[in-house]
Write a new protein. Structure first.
Length: 251
């Protein structure tokens, strides 16, 4: 590790990655935002899925002030975040064949909808099977992953394929294999992961593109406002009522 505090070096690494995805993934971000806008305009629903820490970026665009009200979390019991005990169970479930199919068979997702699947490695059975099954149902799939894993690791799916192989659009987070940006002679392992920072930024960039694309077509994007500003709850109540048949995170 070169000169600078660890905090400075982490910020530098994260900023460099953000600049890379801004420049190198611009076309894919536009395509992803357009796909979601097409789905909304056609009456479809939006879903996001991620396992473990990849779920954090999916959750960040669901029921979010400034976000699209139509974005729903596709939850797989035991793998959403790190609230499962023991935490290692979530990692084990990502490698279970058949789990994604069982979830999709009981989820409200249907043909004409769009699903964003977030998986840093894209190598485990769950995200690969999720993409394959979703596309077979007629769902458009956007994958958010690190393409480095596809060349430096092996797939854990029976097909030998990765998430990237089963998506309509792929966004590459540029995260290095191992997801740790810093090293130090006195620390035996690399540390300071940046995947959540970068992947969350990618997701928000796509949502921003979706909103602007809808507005350019003369369609008011179904956005939520903060419940902590005057008029926010009333605004959100209207949006939730208007699009209630496409929102599944409320009763």
């Amino acid at each position: 590790m070169s000169d600078g505090t660890p905090a400075d070096l982490f910020f530098d690494a994260a900023i460099t990655l953000l600049q890379r995805v801004r420049e190198e993934e611009a076309e894919s971000i536009t395509a992803a935002g357009t796909l979601l806008a097409d789905t909304v305009a056609a009456g479809g629903r939006l879903f996001a899925f991620g396992a473990g820490h990849s779920s954090l970026a999916a959750q960040d665009v669901v029921y979010r002030a400034g976000g699209l009200a139509l974005m729903n979390l596709l939850a797989v019991p035991g793998v959403v975040g790190v609230d499962v005990t023991p935490a290692t169970l979530g990692s084990a479930l990502e490698r279970v064949d058949g789990l994604a199919s069982a979830v999709l068979d009981t989820a409200p997702i249907r043909s004409g909808d769009a699903l964003v699947i977030i998986s840093l490695s894209g190598r485990n059975a769950l995200p690969v099977e999720m993409a394959v099954k979703a596309r077979a149902l007629g769902v458009r799939v956007i994958g958010v992953t690190s393409l480095a894993y596809a060349t430096q690791t092996t797939s854990r799916h029976a097909s030998g394929t990765f998430l990237k192989d089963h998506c309509d659009i792929v966004l590459d987070s540029k995260i290095a294999v191992g997801d740790a940006e810093l090293t130090l002679d006195t620390i035996p392992a690399p540390f300071a992961p940046a995947s959540t920072v970068v992947t969350t930024a990618l997701m928000q960039a796509v949502v921003a593109t979706t909103a602007a694309t809808l507005a350019a077509r003369g369609i008011e994007p179904p956005l939520l406002r903060s419940g902590n500003v005057d008029g926010g709850p009333e605004w959100n109540g209207r949006v939730l009522r208007e699009y209630g048949d496409r929102i599944f995170y409320r009763r």
